[in-house]
Design a protein around this ligand. Structure first.
Ligand SMILES: Cc1ncc(COP(=O)(O)O)c(C=O)c1O
Length: 371
């Protein structure tokens, strides 16, 4: 936000991919705009049936779970809207939700907006930002309602291991907690495809799990506001009440784009991944040149890197503001992602190579002058 006030900023702050929405999706929306008489109208609150059916097929392909398009699939205006709806349904004032620390800042805010309390579950930086499963039971109280998981993670890029995720699943089930799987980066796992594990593939966890996918990142559709949730039928009924009362429905035109996306080619995914993987190489090479300023753990997925600040600084906020004002580089202070994020910054490498290079040229020049 502050970055918008300063001219000529090299921004690594926004998790917004530089890609355009793939052509085949835009083409199909143009056709629908020209020919579909209903394109400007409300859809059913839980989404267009054709899209829900395609989602059920996609989910079965990816997880092996067969779900019913009517009772278990709900189309959302992105994962933020989907999760916000769920927090409204599940939380009474004072209820607790366990979130990883560091974790996605909007989760904390949404939980608080619903009167709940985010409970920080510290990731193990010393172990590549892995989950600390041993510590999880100690955080569970009578007020705990849910655990939120994001893998690959924002802001660390960590892919949590299958073993740990299954242990978390077992703990959630034993304590009757919901597992909220927020999954924006599913396809962005680079050379770590085999490591990535989706807890939504576990039959024994179906009653405890809500799987949330968004088209924002993997289909470069962040502005369309489109996602979906796979959830137990009773929960869908409750979620629909909030969804209907607050949004009515996800914009139909975005749902039409989603139908095209799921029917269409997937060639863009490979291309996105190749480009992002090479940007990951670039940003790590640039970080390697300034080991006295940052130390980092290489991200396994997503498009964020979360280096620790080694240069002199008071806190991550002060550091980020100084970098912005004096070097015209914008990064996100790590403290925004929870207490364990302090003394780090998040850099998003979903931007063009030129932006990454400019940002690091400026960082090098700035620290060249600072003693
Ligand atoms: C973990 C996480 N969840 C949700 C979102 C936002 O998703 P959507 O655009 O579908 O609301 C983001 C975007 O950065 C994210 O990183």
């Amino acid at each position: 936000m502050l970055g918008a006030k300063i001219k000529d900023v090299a921004s690594l702050a926004w998790g917004l991919p530089s890609f355009r929405t793939p052509q085949y999706i835009r083409d199909s929306v143009s056709t629908a705009l020209a020919s579909d008489p209903d394109i400007g109208k409300y859809a059913l609150p839980d989404g267009l049936k054709e899209l829900r059916k395609l989602v059920a097929l996609k989910h079965a392909r990816e997880t092996g779970m067969s779900v019913d398009a009517d009772s278990q699939v709900m189309i959302t205006a992105g994962n933020m809207q989907g999760l916000n709806t769920l927090f409204h349904v599940c939380l009474d004032p004072g209820d607790e939700v366990i979130v990883t620390d560091p974790g996605f800042a909007s989760h904390f805010q949404q939980i608080r907006l619903c009167g709940g309390k985010p409970v920080h579950w510290r990731l193990q930086e010393e172990n590549g930002w892995a989950l600390d499963v041993e510590n999880l039971p100690k955080l569970i109280t009578v007020r705990t309602k849910a655990i939120v998981l994001v893998t690959p993670s924002n802001p660390t890029g960590k892919i949590f291991s299958k073993k740990e995720l299954l242990q978390v699943g077992a703990i959630a089930k034993a304590n009757d907690l919901l597992l909220l799987l927020d999954d924006p980066y599913l396809y962005l796992t680079y050379e770590n495809k085999d490591k990535h594990f989706n807890l939504a593939s576990q039959m024994d966890l179906l009653d405890n799990t809500v799987y949330c996918f968004t088209f924002s990142k993997c289909y470069a559709m962040s502005g369309w506001r489109l996602g979906y949730m796979i959830l137990p039928p009773q929960l869908k009924k409750e979620a629909l009440k909030v969804h209907d009362a607050t949004l009515i429905c996800t914009p139909r035109i975005s749902q039409v784009a989603g139908i095209a996306a799921l029917k269409g080619e997937t060639a863009h995914l490979k291309a996105f991944e190749e480009i992002l993987s090479s940007r990951r190489d670039l940003i790590t090479q640039r970080l390697d040149r300034i080991p006295h300023i940052f130390e980092y753990i290489k991200p396994e997925g997503a498009y964020y890197i979360f280096p620790r600040i080694l240069a002199e600084h008071e806190n991550s906020r002060e550091f980020a503001i100084r970098l912005l004002n004096e070097a015209h580089v914008s990064v996100t202070p790590g403290s925004a992602f929870g207490p364990s994020g302090e003394h780090h910054v998040r850099m998003a490498f979903c931007v063009e190579d030129a932006v990454i290079n400019t940002a690091f040229d400026r960082i090098e020049a700035y620290f060249g002058h600072v003693t």
